[in-house]
Design a protein around this ligand. Structure first.
Ligand code: G3P
Ligand code: CA
Length: 238
Protein backbone atom coordinates (compact mmCIF):
# COMPACT_ATOMS: atom_id res chain seq x y z
CA UNK A 1 0.00 0.00 0.00
CA UNK A 2 1.16 3.55 -0.74
CA UNK A 3 2.06 5.71 2.21
CA UNK A 4 -0.58 8.29 3.17
CA UNK A 5 -0.49 11.77 1.69
CA UNK A 6 -0.76 14.94 3.71
CA UNK A 7 -3.45 17.19 2.23
CA UNK A 8 -2.73 20.91 1.98
CA UNK A 9 -5.72 23.11 1.18
CA UNK A 10 -4.35 25.40 -1.53
CA UNK A 11 -5.12 29.04 -0.73
CA UNK A 12 -7.75 27.53 1.59
CA UNK A 13 -10.01 25.50 -0.68
CA UNK A 14 -9.81 27.44 -3.89
CA UNK A 15 -12.24 25.22 -5.83
CA UNK A 16 -14.98 25.89 -3.29
CA UNK A 17 -14.48 29.32 -1.71
CA UNK A 18 -12.67 32.58 -2.49
CA UNK A 19 -8.92 32.01 -2.25
CA UNK A 20 -6.89 33.36 0.65
CA UNK A 21 -9.97 34.39 2.63
CA UNK A 22 -11.24 33.37 6.05
CA UNK A 23 -14.15 31.58 4.36
CA UNK A 24 -11.65 29.72 2.20
CA UNK A 25 -9.63 28.63 5.24
CA UNK A 26 -12.74 27.52 7.13
CA UNK A 27 -13.87 25.59 4.04
CA UNK A 28 -10.48 23.91 3.74
CA UNK A 29 -10.70 22.71 7.33
CA UNK A 30 -14.30 21.54 6.86
CA UNK A 31 -13.32 19.53 3.75
CA UNK A 32 -10.57 17.70 5.57
CA UNK A 33 -7.33 19.53 4.84
CA UNK A 34 -4.54 18.56 7.25
CA UNK A 35 -2.76 21.83 6.48
CA UNK A 36 -3.72 25.12 4.86
CA UNK A 37 -1.55 26.99 2.37
CA UNK A 38 -1.73 30.77 2.16
CA UNK A 39 0.12 33.47 0.22
CA UNK A 40 1.32 36.47 2.22
CA UNK A 41 2.50 39.94 1.19
CA UNK A 42 3.95 42.55 3.52
CA UNK A 43 2.66 46.10 3.05
CA UNK A 44 1.63 49.07 5.18
CA UNK A 45 2.71 47.35 8.38
CA UNK A 46 0.47 44.32 7.77
CA UNK A 47 0.76 40.82 6.31
CA UNK A 48 -2.01 40.44 3.73
CA UNK A 49 -3.27 37.15 2.34
CA UNK A 50 -3.03 37.71 -1.41
CA UNK A 51 -1.52 35.68 -4.24
CA UNK A 52 -1.27 38.25 -7.03
CA UNK A 53 0.64 41.52 -6.80
CA UNK A 54 -2.43 43.18 -8.31
CA UNK A 55 -5.98 43.27 -7.02
CA UNK A 56 -8.15 42.72 -10.09
CA UNK A 57 -8.37 38.92 -10.27
CA UNK A 58 -9.50 38.23 -6.71
CA UNK A 59 -11.03 41.51 -5.45
CA UNK A 60 -13.10 44.47 -6.65
CA UNK A 61 -10.01 46.71 -6.36
CA UNK A 62 -7.65 47.88 -9.07
CA UNK A 63 -3.88 48.19 -9.36
CA UNK A 64 -1.06 46.96 -7.18
CA UNK A 65 -1.77 45.93 -3.60
CA UNK A 66 1.27 47.89 -2.41
CA UNK A 67 -0.08 51.14 -3.83
CA UNK A 68 -3.08 51.13 -1.51
CA UNK A 69 -3.47 52.12 2.13
CA UNK A 70 -4.41 49.53 4.73
CA UNK A 71 -7.82 51.17 5.04
CA UNK A 72 -8.40 50.88 1.29
CA UNK A 73 -7.38 47.22 1.30
CA UNK A 74 -9.62 46.43 4.27
CA UNK A 75 -12.62 47.88 2.38
CA UNK A 76 -12.25 45.59 -0.65
CA UNK A 77 -14.45 42.60 -1.44
CA UNK A 78 -12.32 39.49 -1.96
CA UNK A 79 -15.32 37.41 -3.10
CA UNK A 80 -18.65 36.50 -1.50
CA UNK A 81 -18.33 39.53 0.76
CA UNK A 82 -15.03 38.34 2.21
CA UNK A 83 -12.29 40.83 3.10
CA UNK A 84 -8.58 40.40 2.44
CA UNK A 85 -7.48 38.88 5.76
CA UNK A 86 -4.24 39.53 7.57
CA UNK A 87 -2.00 36.73 8.82
CA UNK A 88 -3.10 37.54 12.37
CA UNK A 89 -6.77 37.15 11.41
CA UNK A 90 -6.05 33.90 9.57
CA UNK A 91 -4.21 32.38 12.53
CA UNK A 92 -6.95 33.45 14.93
CA UNK A 93 -9.50 31.69 12.72
CA UNK A 94 -7.46 28.51 12.27
CA UNK A 95 -6.84 28.15 16.02
CA UNK A 96 -4.46 25.23 15.41
CA UNK A 97 -7.20 23.14 13.75
CA UNK A 98 -4.81 22.62 10.82
CA UNK A 99 -1.16 23.15 10.07
CA UNK A 100 -0.27 26.40 8.34
CA UNK A 101 2.08 26.75 5.34
CA UNK A 102 2.81 30.43 4.78
CA UNK A 103 4.21 31.27 1.35
CA UNK A 104 6.20 34.51 1.23
CA UNK A 105 5.02 36.44 -1.83
CA UNK A 106 6.83 39.76 -1.35
CA UNK A 107 10.44 40.64 -0.73
CA UNK A 108 10.27 43.83 1.23
CA UNK A 109 10.64 42.81 4.84
CA UNK A 110 8.05 40.05 4.50
CA UNK A 111 10.41 37.46 6.01
CA UNK A 112 11.14 39.53 9.12
CA UNK A 113 7.49 40.48 9.59
CA UNK A 114 6.37 36.84 9.35
CA UNK A 115 9.16 35.79 11.72
CA UNK A 116 8.07 38.42 14.26
CA UNK A 117 4.47 37.27 14.01
CA UNK A 118 5.30 33.58 14.34
CA UNK A 119 7.71 34.18 17.23
CA UNK A 120 4.81 35.65 19.18
CA UNK A 121 2.39 32.90 18.10
CA UNK A 122 4.85 30.19 19.19
CA UNK A 123 5.41 31.92 22.52
CA UNK A 124 1.62 31.88 22.96
CA UNK A 125 1.48 28.13 22.32
CA UNK A 126 1.18 27.57 18.56
CA UNK A 127 2.97 24.21 17.98
CA UNK A 128 6.12 24.44 15.89
CA UNK A 129 5.23 21.25 14.06
CA UNK A 130 2.10 22.95 12.68
CA UNK A 131 4.01 25.76 10.98
CA UNK A 132 6.04 25.99 7.79
CA UNK A 133 7.21 28.91 5.67
CA UNK A 134 7.92 28.49 1.96
CA UNK A 135 8.90 30.63 -1.00
CA UNK A 136 10.14 30.63 -4.57
CA UNK A 137 12.25 33.64 -3.52
CA UNK A 138 15.13 31.84 -1.85
CA UNK A 139 16.96 34.92 -0.47
CA UNK A 140 13.74 35.95 1.29
CA UNK A 141 13.24 32.40 2.56
CA UNK A 142 16.86 32.37 3.75
CA UNK A 143 16.23 35.66 5.59
CA UNK A 144 13.27 34.01 7.31
CA UNK A 145 15.37 30.99 8.30
CA UNK A 146 18.01 33.27 9.82
CA UNK A 147 15.37 35.20 11.73
CA UNK A 148 13.47 32.19 13.10
CA UNK A 149 15.49 28.97 12.57
CA UNK A 150 13.19 26.78 14.65
CA UNK A 151 10.36 27.02 12.09
CA UNK A 152 10.54 24.57 9.18
CA UNK A 153 10.98 25.95 5.71
CA UNK A 154 10.05 24.52 2.33
CA UNK A 155 11.84 25.37 -0.91
CA UNK A 156 9.47 25.98 -3.80
CA UNK A 157 10.65 24.96 -7.23
CA UNK A 158 9.07 25.14 -10.67
CA UNK A 159 11.63 23.05 -12.52
CA UNK A 160 14.27 20.39 -11.97
CA UNK A 161 17.63 21.77 -10.78
CA UNK A 162 20.88 20.41 -12.19
CA UNK A 163 21.87 19.22 -8.71
CA UNK A 164 18.40 17.84 -7.97
CA UNK A 165 17.28 18.60 -4.38
CA UNK A 166 20.62 19.99 -3.18
CA UNK A 167 19.32 23.53 -2.79
CA UNK A 168 16.83 22.44 -0.16
CA UNK A 169 19.63 20.85 1.88
CA UNK A 170 21.76 23.99 1.49
CA UNK A 171 18.87 26.12 2.72
CA UNK A 172 18.29 23.95 5.79
CA UNK A 173 14.79 23.15 4.52
CA UNK A 174 12.64 20.24 5.64
CA UNK A 175 10.73 19.93 2.41
CA UNK A 176 10.88 20.51 -1.32
CA UNK A 177 7.69 21.75 -2.98
CA UNK A 178 7.56 20.97 -6.68
CA UNK A 179 5.19 21.71 -9.52
CA UNK A 180 3.14 18.81 -10.86
CA UNK A 181 4.62 19.69 -14.26
CA UNK A 182 8.09 18.67 -13.04
CA UNK A 183 7.54 15.49 -11.06
CA UNK A 184 10.65 13.41 -11.72
CA UNK A 185 11.27 10.20 -9.79
CA UNK A 186 15.00 11.02 -9.56
CA UNK A 187 14.17 14.33 -7.90
CA UNK A 188 11.79 12.62 -5.46
CA UNK A 189 14.37 9.95 -4.62
CA UNK A 190 17.18 12.47 -4.17
CA UNK A 191 15.00 14.57 -1.86
CA UNK A 192 14.06 11.53 0.20
CA UNK A 193 17.70 10.41 0.40
CA UNK A 194 18.40 13.86 1.89
CA UNK A 195 15.65 13.42 4.48
CA UNK A 196 13.33 15.93 2.81
CA UNK A 197 9.58 15.65 2.35
CA UNK A 198 8.33 16.12 -1.21
CA UNK A 199 5.12 18.10 -1.68
CA UNK A 200 3.51 18.64 -5.09
CA UNK A 201 1.36 21.59 -6.25
CA UNK A 202 -1.37 21.92 -7.49
CA UNK A 203 -3.15 18.57 -7.77
CA UNK A 204 -6.92 18.34 -8.15
CA UNK A 205 -7.42 15.15 -10.17
CA UNK A 206 -7.89 11.90 -8.18
CA UNK A 207 -6.05 9.79 -10.80
CA UNK A 208 -3.06 12.12 -10.56
CA UNK A 209 -3.23 11.92 -6.76
CA UNK A 210 -3.08 8.12 -6.93
CA UNK A 211 -0.15 8.21 -9.35
CA UNK A 212 1.75 10.59 -7.07
CA UNK A 213 1.07 8.39 -4.06
CA UNK A 214 2.58 5.47 -5.98
CA UNK A 215 5.66 7.61 -6.60
CA UNK A 216 6.05 8.02 -2.86
CA UNK A 217 5.48 11.74 -2.45
CA UNK A 218 4.53 13.05 0.98
CA UNK A 219 1.81 15.59 0.31
CA UNK A 220 -0.17 17.61 -2.22
CA UNK A 221 -1.43 21.13 -2.41
CA UNK A 222 -4.97 20.89 -3.72
CA UNK A 223 -7.80 23.33 -4.47
CA UNK A 224 -10.23 20.54 -3.55
CA UNK A 225 -9.29 18.98 -0.20
CA UNK A 226 -12.53 16.98 -0.10
CA UNK A 227 -11.67 15.17 -3.33
CA UNK A 228 -8.19 14.46 -2.01
CA UNK A 229 -9.59 13.15 1.28
CA UNK A 230 -11.97 10.81 -0.60
CA UNK A 231 -9.15 9.57 -2.86
CA UNK A 232 -6.98 8.92 0.16
CA UNK A 233 -9.73 7.02 1.99
CA UNK A 234 -10.40 4.93 -1.15
CA UNK A 235 -6.71 4.06 -1.45
CA UNK A 236 -6.57 3.08 2.23
CA UNK A 237 -9.60 0.80 1.80
CA UNK A 238 -7.93 -1.17 -1.03
O1 G3P B 1 2.79 26.56 -2.37
C1 G3P B 1 2.41 25.87 -3.50
C2 G3P B 1 1.82 26.78 -4.54
O2 G3P B 1 0.88 27.61 -3.91
C3 G3P B 1 2.85 27.62 -5.25
O3 G3P B 1 2.36 28.29 -6.36
O4 G3P B 1 1.51 30.22 -7.61
O5 G3P B 1 -0.08 28.78 -6.36
O6 G3P B 1 1.48 30.30 -5.14
P1 G3P B 1 1.28 29.44 -6.35
CA1 CA C 1 0.91 29.72 -2.94
Amino acid sequence: MSKPLTIYGHRGARAHAPENTLLGLETGIRLGADWLEIDVQHHAGELWLMHDLTLERTTNGRGYLNQHSAAELRALDAGQGQRIPTLAEAMTLIEQRAGLNIELKSWDGCAEAVADHLRTAIAQGWPLQQLRVSSFHLPELWAFKQALPEVSIGVLSCGVPLDWAAVATEMGADSLHISDEFVDQKLIDDAHARGLKVLVYTVNDPAQMRALMAQGIDGIFTDAPGIARAALEAARAQ
